[in-house]
Design a protein around this ligand. Structure first.
Ligand SMILES: Nc1nc2c(ncn2[C@@H]2O[C@H](COP(=O)(O)OP(=O)(O)OP(=O)(O)O)[C@@H](O)[C@H]2O)c(=O)[nH]1
Ligand SMILES: [Mg+2]
Ligand SMILES: [Zn+2]
Length: 301
């Protein structure tokens, strides 16, 4: 048999693939990628072929519209999700959101041609978190900061009925990848949207005490009624952008890009040069100081 498929997940030795040629076929096929193939990932469109359904190979990778990739320890880019149109950057109250990580994701999304939204989960914990830095006002501030830059934002609670409702309109028609630190609730949010599917989340390990059900490979789920798909991804501490050039990183900061044309020097680093429109924008408040600090840190890494 042979069909064009979409990769649900790549477990390494084998991939889970669904048949795109026949939308009545809901089977998740096991297919072994040919050795010569580059690394495939959730969201990839592939050709599967084999003598029968038990002995399928992934024989070809079809061109990708977009690719989200991350450098590994040896600075090799590893794919995280393919053909996504939306990146949902998930932060939480606990562990507290990190704007450095959010900005790294924004830069990567801009450069990959993927729309980004900023989502803060676990709003139920605002009242109980002992961290004096994390208040309702701080939450409003961080959301406002990204709205000013032009991103859509939302705050959600994956543990409450109706707690993730703002997501329905955000994801309609999209293939969205959820990214963020470990434990912010990416899998829990997907579980809430897809109550009929058993997704392994950190909550299960807390209940059974067996293992940590942290997500280890990206996994694609369909939401047919929204004409959407969600890709769950493993949590990360950092999303390095050192594979991008300084120009790419600058391009990744929309707010900085918007005023940089007014700097005196066309190659201004916005760090020390005279008549820098970006630093002027920071001094007037037009550009958020925290974003600017992250920009400098990322370009000087
Ligand atoms: N109080 C509260 N807890 C939540 C919420 N969402 C998720 N959790 C809990 O947070 C823990 C981590 O949730 P996960 O969904 O596994 O987090 P994740 O982002 O998928 O983590 P990784 O797979 O490791 O990247 C679990 O114990 C969840 O039950 C929420 O809105 N409020
Ligand atoms: Mg997870
Ligand atoms: Zn400048």
């Amino acid at each position: 048999m042979q069909f064009t498929g979409i990769v649900v997940a790549n477990f390494g030795s084998a991939a889970a693939v669904m048949n795109l040629d026949d939308n009545h076929d809901t089977t998740v096929y096991r297919a072994i990628p040919l050795k010569k193939l580059e690394l495939i990932v959730a969201g990839d469109r592939v050709t599967c072929s084999g003598p029968n359904r038990e002995e399928l190979r992934v024989s070809a990778l079809l061109p990708r519209d977009t690719l989200l990739a991350r450098p590994d320890r040896r600075h090799q880019l590893k794919p995280l999700a393919a053909n996504v149109t939306l990146m949902i950057i998930v932060g939480a109250i606990v562990p507290r959101w990190e704007t450095r990580l959010i900005d790294q994701f924004c830069v990567v999304a801009e450069n990959a041609g993927i729309e980004a939204v900023v989502l803060i989960n676990k709003t139920d914990l605002i009242a109980s978190t002992p961290d004096p830095e994390t208040t309702q006002d701080d939450l409003a501030d961080v959301l406002h900061r990204y709205q000013q830059v032009g991103y859509r934002t939302a705050s959600v609670n994956a543990t409450a009925a109706g707690g993730v409702d703002p997501l329905y309109e955000l994801i309609r028609g999209h293939t969205a990848v959820l990214v963020g630190q470990s434990g912010v609730g990416k899998s829990s949010i997907i579980q809430h949207l897809l109550p009929d599917i058993a997704i392994r989340t950190g909550a299960i390990s807390a209940a059974t005490g067996v293992g940590a059900h942290t997500t280890t490979v990206s996994y694609r789920y369909e939401l047919a009624e929204l004409n959407a798909a969600l890709i769950d991804s493993p949590g990360v501490r950092q999303f390095p952008v050192d594979h991008l050039s300084t120009t790419d990183i600058m391009r990744g900061f929309r707010d900085i890009r918007a005023v940089a044309a007014d700097c005196r020097f066309s190659n201004c680093s916005h760090d020390h040069e005279p008549n820098c429109a970006v630093r002027h924008g920071v001094s007037t408040g037009e550009i958020d100081r925290g974003r600017f600090d992250n920009f400098l840190a990322l370009t000087q890494e």
